[in-house]
Design a protein around this ligand. Structure first.
Ligand code: COA
Length: 398
């Protein structure tokens, strides 16, 4: 295995939904003081999928610009990370392979461990490239975060997808060894197979997350990782953006530093800009934070970025990466901002209607109306089969 081979993220593209619900709309409906949402949890709005959108359409929309730019040559693996699976058996990535017209000589698999699975996919991709540096791996994460109406979790919903091309000699971020890993069997957040909405013990999930910060960081240092001061920015998993602030304060305190608010803001500011508008995107969320950082921060060449990935249940990983000089020429900042800003605001009644919509399970034919204006759509459920299509005028976010 080549020891000094640089492997990491060569390209990164995000997609989100057609609709958006603002926290002002939610607060007006449930009587919550808007400051609780804006300041207390750090959220302004959340992406809501149209009835013809799901993890597959968002994933394909995120990945298509990558295939447009780089072609499919050398991609022999597609990892699809999600906890919003549309099928118990078939990997959602197989639909994406078809929608993108990828060759048949590709292995496709779906990975799950709550919000952590995107990182499992990324690290597995790094391993495959060390085995054969000529290969590239398409890593996609896509999720729809859905909690019960009128529950505390309702304000921390959202949806997005991220696609990353992982390769040797990457253009954006070189991923580093070691990783610090941590697993603890806790029931802080889960979704039994018979439920469409997640269950969460809100305050417990915050404590479990913070224990995982300590555990993963401890392992990272024991494995010979960097010092906490070596990092210029910190990308945390963000079920809500305030969680990143809690986590960073906790990490610094654990390392013996008493950080003030301005130092926390400096380390996190650019990593939360997209998440505060998109909401919780589960396994996408840390990578949405990375996109937000690269797109919105000043020059980051050669700077070290820390990543903390957490999936309830729970599995966590802390690792570092270095931004590659010249990375700015490869960003998709305009397309990313556009994907977020062109969402159509919906009122509470429409949001509730979408939230409550479920396909009947009788095997009938259930087409859905055309709502999303993205390049791919779910046409409906026909004889228990989800059917997808590419829109005639495919408008990718290039
Ligand atoms: N102005 C400003 N801040 C306010 C406020 C107001 N009027 N009212 C409340 N707040 C603050 C609270 O002090 C609290 O901040 P703190 O945690 O720093 O103390 C924050 O807003 C949330 O208030 P809380 O009473 O805890 O809200 P809640 O009972 O509605 O629950 C969550 C909030 C985040 C716990 C809940 O939305 C949830 O469980 N979401 C899911 C989280 C998740 O996905 N976890 C699993 C993955 S990690």
């Amino acid at each position: 295995m080549p020891g000094d081979l640089a492997v990491g993220i060569h390209d990164l593209s995000i997609a989100t939904t057609r609709y958006v619900l603002t926290h002002e709309t939610l607060a007006a409906r449930n009587g919550t003081d808007i400051a609780k949402y804006h300041e207390g949890i750090g959220q302004r709005s959340m992406s809501v999928p149209a009835v013809d959108e799901d993890i597959v359409t968002m994933a394909a929309a995120a990945a298509a610009p990558i295939i447009d730019r780089h072609g499919a040559e050398g991609i022999r693996t597609l990892f699809f990370a999600t906890e919003s699976s549309v099928d118990q058996s078939k990997a959602a990535g197989v639909h994406v392979q078809a929608l993108l017209g990828l060759p048949s000589a590709v292995r496709v698999v779906e990975l799950k461990q709550a919000c952590y699975a995107g990182t499992a996919a990324l690290q597995s991709a790094v391993g495959l490239i060390h085995r054969d540096p000529a290969q590239r791996v398409l890593v996609i994460a896509a999720d729809v975060s859905k909690y019960e109406l009128d529950s505390p979790g309702e304000a921390t919903q959202g949806a997005a997808a991220v696609a990353m091309l992982v390769s040797a000699d990457p253009a954006l971020v070189r991923l580093e060894n070691p990783s610090g890993v941590f697993t603890a069997d806790v029931m802080d957040f889960w979704r039994p197979n018979y439920r469409t909405t997640a269950l969460v013990e809100g305050r417990d999930s915050i404590s479990a997350y913070l224990r995982a910060v300590e555990g993963a960081w401890t392992d990272y240092t024991e494995q010979g990782g960097r010092k906490v001061n070596d990092f210029d920015a910190f990308c945390y998993h963000q079920p809500f953006t305030k969680m990143a602030r809690k986590a960073h304060r906790h990490l610094l305190a654990f390392c013996g530093y008493d950080a003030d608010d301005s130092e926390i803001s400096r380390a996190l500011r650019h990593t939360t800009a997209y998440n505060t508008l998109v909401g919780n995107s589960y396994t996408v969320s840390m990578y949405l934070g990375l996109a937000s950082l690269l797109d919105n921060a000043g020059e980051l060449s050669d700077k070290a970025i820390a990543f903390f990935s957490y999936g309830s249940g729970s599995v966590a990983e802390f690792f570092g990466g270095t931004v590659v000089p010249g990375y700015r020429a490869h960003l998709r900042s305009g397309a990313h901002r556009d994907a977020i800003s062109r969402r159509v605001p919906i009122d509470y009644a429409r949001y509730r209607e979408i939230h409550e919509y479920e396909f009947p399970d009788d095997g009938g034919d259930y087409p859905v109306p055309i709502e999303n204006d993205g390049p791919y759509r779910l046409t409906g459920l026909f004889g228990h089969k989800r059917v997808y299509e590419t829109r005639p005028a495919r408008s990718r976010n290039g």
